[in-house]
Design a protein around this ligand. Structure first.
Ligand SMILES: [Zn+2]
Length: 50
């Protein structure tokens, strides 16, 4: 699973692919991959720095 974050409104969700349209702001936003792979954020699942 990949964590995606809307670069527009900051909405984040997990899935294989980023959604076509952001469920939060209803726009075709750019989704950034915020999946965290370092051990520090294993609990959270996403990179807290993003
Ligand atoms: Zn959005």
């Amino acid at each position: 699973m990949t964590e995606w974050k809307c670069s527009d409104c900051g909405y984040s969700m997990s899935g294989d692919k980023p959604p076509e349209v952001c469920p939060s702001c209803q726009h075709k936003c750019e989704f950034i991959d915020v999946t965290c792979y370092i051990p520090e954020c294993k609990e959270e699942g996403r990179d807290y720095r993003l």
